[in-house]
Design a binder for this molecule. Structure first.
Ligand code: GTQ
Length: 325
């Protein structure tokens, strides 16, 4: 046999019967990054690193159950914390990765996306779809902190990681966000881009929509952020939701082969991830990797959780599987 192995090796062939091709995906633990621990680290990063030396001042949230250079908070999702101090700029660039920003702190720093200026107020969602030019500018007296979510890991897998520094050039004409604000869209089909032309989803509107929506049988309110032109997910690979919890009511347990990362906007509570219990409060970020039953229970009134998922990736590939019990 070892003779055969040597012959295989010399011929650049391997024995499939010795590979674990049918092994199931390993269980990845849930994990929480508490704001109480992140906040001082963000402050220290701001002191330690100058924006002349950093393309972006970003703390990558690394799930201890994942390995490899592109490993993030959950499979297929990189979820990071970024800080921009008063007077600072993060210079324009673009990359193949689709990305979004969800604001934790600030009083009006902006992300300029393909020439459109998007204010960043707490709870706002700002999209920077793949290959759109984006830069961050903080001309306010306060620091701005936000969550970045990107599909970096799948670009590693697809060998499709391309980055281009500014200056910005060759920008696509995308209609202003105001065109879509009242539920309208241009009559003519969009050309030249495949992404959502609306880049900013203000918290004020999202929060009011959540309060207005009819709760499900388990007492939770659920909304999906959508591309106003297609009604589909906000990004081709990332699908976002807003979850509102009723105090004391545990949500119906859910299991999926997709991955979710939660950002707590308001309220306190606990979430089950398999056999683990995660406690959370405002600005905490926690990962719900695939394959484990999870449910949520708020211990305060008015809990609201922003959810980042790779569901759209699974949906487009016809891989998505969901279960409830
Ligand atoms: O703000 O453009 O967290 O390019 C990772 C890569 C943020 C950004 C990240 C990026 C950015």
């Amino acid at each position: 046999m070892s003779n055969l192995k040597d012959k295989f090796a010399a011929a650049n062939v391997i024995a499939m019967w010795e590979q674990e091709l049918h092994a199931n995906r390993p269980v990845i633990p849930g994990h929480v990054w508490h704001w109480s621990q992140m906040n001082p680290l963000i402050g220290e990063a701001a002191d330690a690193v100058n924006m002349d030396d950093a393309e972006r001042r970003v703390l990558i949230l690394r799930n201890p159950g994942l390995t490899g250079p592109a490993a993030g908070a959950a499979p297929n999702l990189s979820v990071n914390l970024q800080v921009l101090m008063p007077g600072e700029k993060a210079r324009p660039h673009r990359h193949t990765m689709h990305a979004l920003r969800f604001v934790l702190e600030g009083t009006g720093a902006v992300t300029v996306v393909e020439g459109k200026s998007c204010p960043m107020l707490p709870g706002d969602l700002v999209l920077t779809p793949g290959w759109t030019w984006h830069e961050h500018v903080n001309n306010t007296p306060d620091r701005s902190v936000w969550v970045d979510a990107l599909d970096v890991p799948i670009h590693g897998f697809l060998d499709n990681r391309v980055f281009e520094p500014g200056p910005t050039r060759g920008m696509t004409a995308v209609p202003p966000d105001e065109v879509f604000a009242a539920g309208l869209a241009p009559e003519k089909p969009t050309t030249g881009y495949a992404y959502s032309p609306m880049f900013r989803y203000p918290w004020d509107g999202a929060s009011k929509a959540l309060d207005a929506v009819q709760p499900d049988a388990d007492g939770a309110r659920r909304l999906r952020y959508t591309n106003p032109v297609t009604g589909g997910a906000v990004l081709s690979t990332i699908d976002c939701y807003l979850l509102g919890l009723s105090k004391g009511a545990e949500t119906t347990a859910h299991r999926s082969n997709s991955n979710t990362v939660c950002v707590v906007v308001e309220g306190e509570g606990q979430s089950r991830v398999g056999d683990d219990l995660i406690s959370w409060g405002p600005k905490d970020v926690f990962a719900l990797p695939h394959g484990q039953w999870n449910s949520h229970k708020a211990t305060s009134a008015g809990a609201k959780i922003f959810q980042i998922t790779d569901r759209e990736l699974f949906r487009r590939l016809d891989f998505l599987r969901d279960e409830t019990r």
